[in-house]
Design a protein around this ligand. Sequence first.
Ligand SMILES: Nc1nc2c(c(=O)[nH]1)N[C@H]1C(S)=C(S)[C@@H](COP(=O)(O)OP(=O)(O)OC[C@H]3O[C@@H](n4cnc5c(N)ncnc54)[C@H](O)[C@@H]3O)O[C@H]1N2
Ligand code: MOO
Length: 394
Amino acid sequence: MPPLVSVDTALARLLALAHPVAPETVPIRAAAGRWAAEDVAALRTQPYADLSAMDGYALRFADLPGPFTVIGESAAGAPFAGTVGAHEAVRIFTGATMPAGADTVLVQEEAARDGAILSVTGEGPAHAGRNVRRAGLDFHAGDVLVPAGARITPARIAVAATGGHGTLPVRCALRVATVATGDELVAPGAPLPPGALPESNGAMLAAMLADLPVEIVDLGILPDRLDTITAAFAAVDADILVTTGGASVGDHDLVRPALEAAGGVLDFWRIALRPGKPMLAGRLNGAVVLGLPGNPVSAFVTATLFLRPLIAFMGGAADAQPRRASAILGEDLPANDHRADYLRAETRGGRVYVAAIQDSSMLRTLARADCLVIRAPNAPVASAGDSVEILPLG
Ligand SMILES: Nc1nc2c(c(=O)[nH]1)N[C@H]1C(S)=C(S)[C@@H](COP(=O)(O)OP(=O)(O)OC[C@H]3O[C@@H](n4cnc5c(N)ncnc54)[C@H](O)[C@@H]3O)O[C@H]1N2
Ligand code: MOO
């Protein structure tokens, strides 16, 4: 039996089996959730000119406290064409271009108008340039707004649109084939013959990938038969093939032999991880193969630690690592053995408490958990009040 691979080594080896998918240019509204395939630089300066930040009057700070003569108006999209001279003001609105000659905006709440005569009623602007957004305050043409490898978030869509982009260079969406193996499995909600079990991993994985740019090709449930699994593997046309179940050492654990029978290559099998030890990885027909253990919590943890990062890496992410955080332990934890532990835990009163039973078949504890507490291999005893590393969930 091969030695157990550490979690870090397993992720490094998995990513070494993969490469980012091809880039494409898509309409900006279709880019959400993808990763930028190249730097997105501003095509324009924002603001393009000095603009008013308030509704009021554009004037020369040096002329305060006035009074002033109002000589025209500047609205967003309809600038004032002339120049503001000594003791002159222009009625101005938020987002409108500052007229030539003016350097400051008096807000209208501190102003009184009598026909064209304007006087200051409040404290007035405290300094020259008050209530003016200078040209280029946000960014200048040529500035990188979204670096290559960054996720296209709503804010990055907005900044790219403001930077003049109607389309964005992103990595293509990935095709992810999923398959569950096991004679005992039936589709969720279907009638259950004696000894049968609802198949939950497929729907769980689909939900875990719902926020990622993937097209899921669900190959359904396969029986524990080498010829059937091999034939299904040989026909796979995807960037990633994810299996659940059949990864361990039993007589019915056929994912490894089927991978090899279908012409694929195994890269590693078995990780120093609990839950998730029997996970395997390899390649087949241009796809990266990730064989997750069948136990539902093991499948969840390995999908979190390996499948989502693999998708991020192949999708072009600069940083594909899962996001870790820290939390304060609410209770003591024993020293750990040679496998890394990812313990289902709940936050109560600002502290995390791990579930008493961590059996990898138990979904209710997973459904209640809001994080996984990470225990490194051979970690010493930890005490209530200690800071621990966690993986926040959902
Ligand atoms: N002698 C040994 N036995 C086992 C070892 C070992 O090292 N030596 N490892 C154990 C560990 S750890 C795990 S994890 C499991 C995983 O094994 P498999 O990947 O082969 O999973 P199965 O045997 O196919 O299934 C395990 C369990 O999960 C249920 N299952 C499977 N698929 C689904 C699904 N899609 N939806 C819901 N439930 C599923 C299945 O019915 C089994 O109860 O092996 C240990 N054994
Ligand atoms: O790795 Mo298994 O997932 O410990 O039960």
